[in-house]
Design a protein around this ligand. Structure first.
Ligand code: SF4
Ligand code: SF4
Length: 347
């Protein structure tokens, strides 16, 4: 691997690199539910028990509005999105509109027998979350039985011909398993594997699930050493790169929030991205307002931040490509988006 292939996009939330390569088309993530059958240590949402959810017709209205506003990919997320009874109908509806639908699952899809149904509905990509190649380590991070459930799901989706990507959240608890995880993804028939650096939000923050610079470097070295058939991508590792790698990595735009990425929460509220949703930064309501209007008018602060006119970014040699890093991390650390990414080690 080289850094350009590996670091296609730095954002820890944007799902497109691992579902569709380097493309920068407009992606919308929709959170169908916050219910989840697991309670993962690294879950940025602290998903679990759930709350009021929208019906099929409300979601169809939102998905049509996202399509009308330019979205080309729709990514179904939760909680565990396969717990939503609306999922197959919404996948089918998305395909009929011309959207490319993808899904992230902890594996429940296979054990609940809806893998075939989702394939028939037209799902195009499936991302399965596994956090370690070792069942004991994985289940300690993701919940009892999750390793078997996820492995079974990956095999089943692959067998019916759907492209499967494995997703691993990398922390100090599993960084040394990156190479073995690539081997596991290969064995499971996946087309790719995506490594996401743990973000200190939700459960990960509560559980103090960190990724030290040293361990992140060890994870990156394992990724770069890979020479096989799988597409390997990494999200959220930019500030663990060395300066020479940092300037070469093809992360042309660091933050896609509100520009080529948008998120709709389970109650229809619109956000720039998943982490801004966790921080409660609402841009609008997809059921009450025009989606195009929201996109054109409610993200000017993020647009302003991309100019990186704050210290030390304004005088940084990387500012045109880095753009100050992640605004959600800045907000989480400093209570303002107009501050440098707290992970930045370049200055
Ligand atoms: S604020 Fe931007 S860079 Fe940070 S997680 Fe959201 S979309 Fe990604
Ligand atoms: S100082 Fe700002 S622009 Fe420069 S690398 Fe750090 S976060 Fe990015």
């Amino acid at each position: 691997m080289n850094t350009n292939d590996l670091f296609v996009y730095d954002c820890p939330a944007y799902p497109l690199p691992h579902i569709a390569g380097k493309d920068s088309e407009f992606v919308a993530t929709v959170y169908l539910t916050s219910r989840c059958n697991m309670n993962c240590a690294a879950c940025y949402l602290s998903a679990g028990s759930g709350g009021p959810e929208l019906g099929t017709d409300q979601w169809k209205h939102i998905i049509a509005a996202l399509h009308g506003a330019g979205a080309r990919h729709i990514y179904f997320l939760g909680g565990e999105p396969t717990l939503s009874p609306h999922l197959p109908a919404l996948v089918k509806f998305s395909r009929e509109l011309g959207l490319s639908p993808s899904l992230s699952t902890n594996g429940l899809a296979a054990s609940s027998g809806i893998a075939e149904k989702l394939a028939e509905s037209g799902i195009e990509n499936v991302q399965v979350s596994i956090d370690a190649p070792d069942e004991i380590v994985n289940d300690a991070l993701r919940g009892s039985g999750s390793f078997r459930m996820a492995s079974k799901a990956a095999r089943e989706f692959s067998k019916i011909g759907l492209p499967v990507n494995i997703s691993m959240t990398v922390s100090d608890r599993n960084f040394d398993s990156v190479a073995a995880m690539i081997e596991l993804a290969d064995e499971l028939g996946a087309v790719g594997i995506n490594f996401i650096a743990v973000q200190s939000f939700g459960n990960a923050e509560i559980n103090h699930l960190m990724l030290s610079y040293k361990n992140a470097r060890a994870a990156i070295e394992q990724m770069l050493a890979y020479r096989g058939r799988l597409r390997v991508t990494a999200n959220g590792f930019r500030f663990y790169l060395k300066a020479n790698e940092f300037s070469k990595a093809s992360t042309a735009v660091t933050c896609p929030a509100g520009k080529s990425y948008i998120v709709v929460g389970m109650d229809g509220k619109v956000y720039g991205c998943d982490l801004l949703m966790v921080k409660g930064i609402v841009a609008g309501n997809a059921l009450a307002e025009d989606m195009q209007f929201i996109i054109e008018n409610r993200f000017s602060d993020l647009e302003e931040r991309r100019l990186a006119r704050f210290s030390p970014c304004s005088s940084c040699r990387f500012s045109s490509s880095c753009q100050g890093g992640c605004p959600a991390r800045a907000l989480n650390a400093f209570n303002t988006i107009y501050a440098a990414d707290p992970l930045c080690t370049m200055n």
